[in-house]
Design a protein. Structure first.
Length: 305
């Protein structure tokens, strides 16, 4: 935390908001629960501690002029109330924000408990839709034709503070086991979901003993481990022009400024799987295009209990 009143100076000194390059502005107030809405408050506090969003919502009034940016304006009001010590000495009740999400999505109506994951995914999708301002895509040099086609199709119609902050690319590669012919596909994601039970089983098999917890590094390893497409999953190879067994790889192609990781703990006994994650992590081994910093520092954690 950087405890300073000179907020403009702090914002202007930010670089990529990654690892050692950012300062998080200190909140001036807390949030009051409206019933069992701790899931909502935890989500709001996490998002409000992201420097790039602070920069956009605290120092930009353009989106307030957009009559269709209903959710974005409501979130901006929460952000500004949390950082305005003159308005809120101790705490703030996000009643208007709650009314807006309740009106937009029946999942959040009432004051019952809910899952932060659902609200996070809803915020990312809806605020991107409201704030999206498509721009002409400028191709980068020295990229493959498959990647160029994907980026031209995606980034020419998707450009918002959400995509600029959270979007990363996943590369899916399929390699024929007979002739080695490779095909590539790409998609853009706002978050990564790790099924902890799958990682636990992988670790237990690797160590030949039962394990009750996994690490974040192991989650990335399992995500990117080779998967063999055989039996009913075999593919038609354009190299062999035959149905063949193939290897399938999923790999992070690029890294975002802010990476959201959702740890799916499941239910019942599976719910007991724990995950050991560090305060700092270097994703250099898991990312293909290393054109910017691959080191991350933990900003916030939401634990659903």
């Amino acid at each position: 935390m950087h405890n300073s009143d000179n907020l403009n100076t702090i914002i202007n000194n930010h670089q990529y908001y990654q690892f050692f390059n950012y300062q998080i502005l200190p909140c001036r107030a807390g949030l009051n629960n409206i019933g069992a809405t701790c899931y909502m408050n935890a989500t709001l506090q996490s998002f409000c501690n992201i420097p790039k969003l602070q920069n956009f919502f605290l120092y930009n009034n353009d989106f307030y002029q957009n009559p269709n940016a209903i959710l974005s304006r409501a979130f901006g009001d929460v952000m500004r109330n949390l950082y305005d010590r003159n308005k809120n000495k101790n705490s703030y009740s996000p009643n208007h924000f709650k009314d807006v999400i309740s009106e937009m999505n029946p999942l959040f109506r009432g004051i019952a408990a809910n899952d932060s994951k659902d609200l996070i995914l809803f915020l990312l999708e809806k605020m991107h839709e409201e704030l999206n301002m498509p721009q002409n895509y400028i191709p980068e040099p020295n990229i493959s034709n498959d990647l160029l086609i994907f980026r031209q199709g995606y980034y020419s119609v998707n450009c918002s503070i959400i995509t600029k902050t959270f979007i990363h690319e996943m590369e899916s590669k399929i390699r024929c086991c007979s002739c080695g012919f490779e095909t590539y596909n790409y998609n853009a994601q706002n978050f990564i979901i790790f099924p902890l039970e799958k990682t636990r089983q992988y670790k237990s098999l690797k160590l030949s003993q039962e394990c009750s917890f996994v690490t974040l590094d192991e989650c990335f390893e399992v995500q990117q481990a080779v998967e063999y497409l055989q039996g009913e999953s075999m593919i038609y190879c354009n190299g062999c022009r035959q149905i063949r067994v193939a290897e399938h790889y999923n790999t992070l192609n690029t890294c975002p400024d802010i990476l959201i990781i959702i740890l799916n703990r499941g239910t019942g006994n599976i719910y007991k799987v724990g995950c050991d994650f560090p305060l700092r992590i270097d994703l250099n081994n898991y990312i293909i295009m290393k054109n910017k910093c691959t080191q991350y520092e933990l900003i916030s954690v939401i634990v659903h209990a």
